[in-house]
Design a protein around this ligand. Sequence first.
Ligand code: XIL
Length: 332
Amino acid sequence: PTFLKVKANALENPFYVGVAVKAHQLTEGSAYDEVLKNEFSSITAEYEMKMNPISTGSGSYNWEAADKIVNYGNDNGINVHGHALVWHNAVPDWLSNFSGTDTEFALEVKKFITDVVTRYAGKVRSWDVVNEAVDDNGNMRNTIFLQKMGPDYIKDCYQWARDAANTAGDTDLLLFYNDYATSTNIPKQDRVFSIVDDLKANNLIDGVGFQMHNTYLSPTKAQIETDINRAVALGLKVHVSELDIQVNQNNDITYLTEERALAQKEKYKEIVKIYNALPKANKYALTVWGFKDNESWIPYSTDLNHPGNDWPLLYNDKFELKKAHTGFLEGL
Ligand code: XIL
């Protein structure tokens, strides 16, 4: 078989092929370990490098899972993308219930960002500093960070990340802004790019992460290109950061039919082609959000309105290659 990273590495303008991982998968000799080393050249922690699992209290941390993921990448020559320092869905209880002043709250956020970026300086190539700061109406999402720190919180977080990296001697750390549904939701896209523009004007951002939790019907090629090209126009790197492609968003099938499998294959191929056509300077990584269909977050997500079956990834439950995998290869 041809492996994804082998083909991606051989391109004229190569890029990383990434996968979201969980620490328990990274045991030498496991099926995940084998597939990962064959196929992928970058990893993102699916949740274990978010604030919630790491930050156990003010200035106290549980680094176990995060260390395991970072060390695995470093030991095996696999790129490590950090995800995510600030996200409204991963705020630890102690910080959600914080009773100090707003200034003290901001200092806690600063301390967290500084300590995490410092610990992994030189080991993590890039960080999503702020994740999903825009809501689906195109407004600034009304998070605890916005409420307590005001609209400049985004800039502050990027500045703190940059300062921590520079102080630790990592002047090459790439800082990303990451969000979802920007290709189809134009008010949201506009708001995201006003944030990104502003960060860029302050020299605080290196790239944009487009999550791409897509379906086999949407977004279209043109929608994706328009969205991504806004990052290219700003001279920023593009990370397709959480790719998966739903085939049962309307809950109308009970198993992965041949027809849907083929449609999904074409959609994987389309997005890989779009990514591959980017100029060299704008390429970074295209990351799929997990290994196997039965372990994907999609069927379990309460935000997505089809809490049933779906088959959004490249491998089936038995770790066999799907047509989607062939589509990915054909896009390279
Ligand atoms: C999801 C993970 O897949 C789940 O395992 C976790 O419980 C919740 O988060 N946008 C993001 C990701 O930026 O971090 C989310 O990942 C999916 C949506």
